[in-house]
Design a protein around this ligand. Sequence first.
Ligand code: CO
Length: 255
Amino acid sequence: MAIIIKSQREIELMREAGRILALTHEEIKKALKPGISTYEIDRIGEEVIRSYGCIPSFLNYNGYPASICVSVNDEVIHGIPSKDRIIQEGDIVSLDAGVIYQGYHSDAARTYGVGVIDSKAQQLIDVTRESFFEALKVCKPGNHIQDIGWAVYNYITERGFTAVEDFVGHGVGANLHEGPEVPNFPQGRKGPKLRPGMTIAIEPMINAGSCDVLWMDDDWTIVTADGELSAHYENTVLITEGEPEILSKADGIDL
Ligand code: CO
């Protein structure tokens, strides 16, 4: 898929998409309590997105049936919301959402613990998030996509975790998925050079056990092969001449 360098106008639209996405994440985070179903989280997320006149990026994308991906515990990504899936104290929950504002997407994911969780689970969540910020440090023009992979990979492996290799981050813009692919591991080639105006979704998917994953019968949900926990953290990032800019953020809301 082609890598598309964005114009100033496109960047402004993506900033607004990202701001609304951050506000959406804040609302679904607040809703995440023991007893709520993953279906209800999806309903709240879609309502917030539409309240800003936006469209959920994921709804009907390749047939995906919801607006938010809700992946619990050993679910890595693409968990389908369900009325029967009730969040429990001690769960770790990955919430992944995308917003289309005037034709432009923003894509972001967060993982949270519900109530008291064990310390290894909290460490997985923290290290996954921190690995994104390690990757951000190398998001400079002249560096390559592989520098992002190395940054995530080194950070998480030094802490005893593994990076999922079956799924990758991606360019994002007028399409949810554009070039380049953004792996969370080294691929043995440098990959494309980072250039100002590139917009990429950097999204570490990190496992507590082995990196192997399985595809569930619903054709969407990805789970760890060994049943151990997994966490996901993602932001839409703009490459600039200087420091990278996180686009999926809003004033007063934690990243
Ligand atoms: Co993504």
